[in-house]
Design a protein around this ligand. Sequence first.
Ligand code: LLP
Length: 930
Amino acid sequence: MTASPSLLAPDAPWVVLKFGGTSVATVERWHTIRRLAAARREQGMRVLVVVSAVSGVTDALKALCTCASEAREGALASLVARHRELAAQMQLDRADEMERWLASLAALIFPLSPGEGGEPAPGEGAGIRQSLVDSGPPLKPTSRRESAYSWQAAVQAHGELLSSALGAAFLTANGLATRWLDAREALLARDLPFLNERARRLSAQVQADPDPAFAAALAARGEVFITQGFIARDAAGDTVLLGRGGSDTSAAYLGALLRATRVEIWTDVAGMFTADPREVPGARLLQHLDYEEAQEIATTGAKVLHPRCLSPCRRARVPLWIKDTRFPELAGTVIGLQPAEAVPSVKAISSRRGITLVSMETSGMWQQVGFLADVFALFKQHGLSVDLIGSAETNVTVSLDPGENLLDSDVVAALATDLARVCRVKVIAPCAAVTLVGRGMRSMLHRLSGVLAEFGRERVHLISQSSNNLNLTFVIDEGILDGLAPRLHELLIRAGALRTDDAGLFGPSWQALYGAGAAGARAPWWKAERARLLELAENLHSPSGRGEKRATPRYVYHLPTIRERARALRALWSVDRVYYAVKANPHPAILAALAEEGLGFECVSPGELAAVEAVRAAHGSPRLFTPNFAPRADYEAALLDRATPVPEADGSAPGPGSRVASAEPLPTLDALHPLHHWPEVFEGREVMLRVDLDRGVGHHDKVRTGGAASKFGLPMEQLDAFLGLAREHHVRIVGLHAHLGSGVLDASHWAQVCGQLAGIADRIGSVRYLDLGGGLGVPSHPGEAELDLAALDAALGEVRRTCPQYELWLEPGRWLVADAGVLLARVTQLKRKGALHYLGCDAGMHALIRPALYDAWHPIENLSRLGAPADTLYQVVGPICESGDVLGADRHLPESREGDVLVIAQAGAYGESMASHYNLRPLAESVVIE
Ligand code: LLP
């Protein structure tokens, strides 16, 4: 393809495209660069391509600056080989400019005389120098170097000089006439007196205001240019570097200078995410950010964009796009002016490692005039910029961020020595800073209680709330950072602080974009069944067979979804038996379907035992009886022997030789009381023992079932007493059980429980079964990652191999049925109150109590207007006389009318089974569909 030969108008807009190290490391990537640049040119834009050094080259050059002199020749030779190899792959017959820069590099590393260069002794490396310098094209004279830093800058600049020289040759050879621009011509470092020599040379800053004269002069020279990231010149004309991430910064400076239409940062991810996707696969793409938010996210840890590159763009009002080179069609993140008012939300959680805290005890000097000025003067003197500050009567603690400072132990030690003259100093390192970013943090504090509780368990050194109301930061020991981000991300979503339901702002999750099977989440079944559901919502029925006829609220269950889930669990290699926790949903059709799929039943009351009796008898399904604080009579009733023959495998009626299923459920005990006070009920029987592993997990405090604050399980210190009672009364402990909570998305949880139970079982001796409980979670908020069943199986399988003598059981409820159920409701009334729009419907907390009880999130859609723009922000409420009767706060829905049908999704678990008659409203009916 060749670019259009037609000339661009002199005032054609500029676009700046920046490509990082991996994007310039292979010939395929260079073809992508050519395609993207040519497409912009075709659209009538002048193009400036900014490139980094080929990946790994900057580090190699840095090493070259510091390595022992005898190693230099080899290091240089390998850099030469790397670039020549790439040139060959790019099929560049003549890469003269690249050769020129290789020669210039050799001359710097191995100067002929001390006057010519900086560091090494003259005379070394004569061989390689001669082969490059003397046989290469004529060399521009290198300018006089004044210091080791200046020499380092000149050496390191060669990475970009080389890659851009290669790029100019490649693009031109491939039909896109491209001019090479020396970035040092465009970018002049600011002379900042507060920077020390090192920072001035290696981490310089540039003042880049729009410069129409420069833009016009450049336009006169051509249409497509390529230049170097990372480098600029100082007032004396010497090369300076822009520090880490300098290529992004260069692109931003150049975009500002040219007042470009936009700056596009092409990288390996689609943009900024709500958390680091390597740690949080469910992190969502942030599709729009204003400059300040993006600045905060970049400053507080997101690696995708260097923080320094935002302010030049902001000042010049140049939008900045982040795009994925591998998937150019993805929208990416667009950073620009603040968009129209959106729902206040935490936008991201980010973390930084390598933070150093400096704590300064002042013994009452805090109030003294000028104390802080004296202290901060010392930071300035050492070229250190302070990030966070916490103060008290006698103490000032500040943090130093390695991203902003060239931090090394020498600098910190020198600072500490100087500070010790004015106060008592303590350096605390390594620390980590975890930051929540979002506009209007202060108005979200009420949603952050879970996050605060999470931090409350750890030692927090410093909490800081930024005065621009954009961030809240916690400084903790670096060692406890691992695994924290996924927990916090989940907590924020669940608390409605990270409003991932706002589809305009929050794009797809990283997992959906790049994860295994990244086709994106499957559409829920009820979308395909819309017509049927609308019909069901019209179809009047009388719940009690008399009186008022109602069509809504009505639960609808989709049996194919339940069957599919059951099969997925039965397919787990590491699990021997799956019992369905009946409490999640005891609908007879669901019980029958699950019995057909070969599941057993976990029941917690005589009522639940009775509910499964018919299907148990038909299918011979095993049952567990796992009550808690149940009366003696419940156990007596449950343990009446009702042995019944099991039908044959082909479904024919049981004959005389048929297997007899023990109809008696296997009881679970979780206290001493029953064996102590009513041993005769259990005499000679087999029982399961539920133990308390002293920790709870789950989606809400109220569903965590471990630790002393929870009423479940036998505390471990009573185990010996229990074993003694069991021996005394001939009660055989055949299984151990633990259920630590509900709504767990961490796949390693059950393997951990298994390991602990196996350890206890080994002590008891008679145990054959380990029941690891239920609790398998389903992602409820948009963007939460699915529980990874394969990972669960793999982790559990590993533990299982170490204790093959035990059968492993699971007893999930929610995972099997939650997604299979919806609650249909009808809009009753609309009301506006201040800025809030209330949308009333006939389902309230009597029909679905989970939002009121656990702040649970259920997706809500207007089924009558499915697909219409969701542009009204509603508080979806029910008819119950309680302020807590809110099914969904701040939901984006199409403008709705009385009579519209709402679908409240993911209501198959703990919906109907927890419903009540409260306010004497009738119970919602339910139907199943095949
Ligand atoms: N096993 C035992 C001993 C249980 O107590 C429970 C649930 C389960 C298994 C099943 O847990 P699942 O797999 O469904 O998470 N009403 C709350 C959930 C409470 C669960 C009570 N026990 C909710 O709506 O989230």
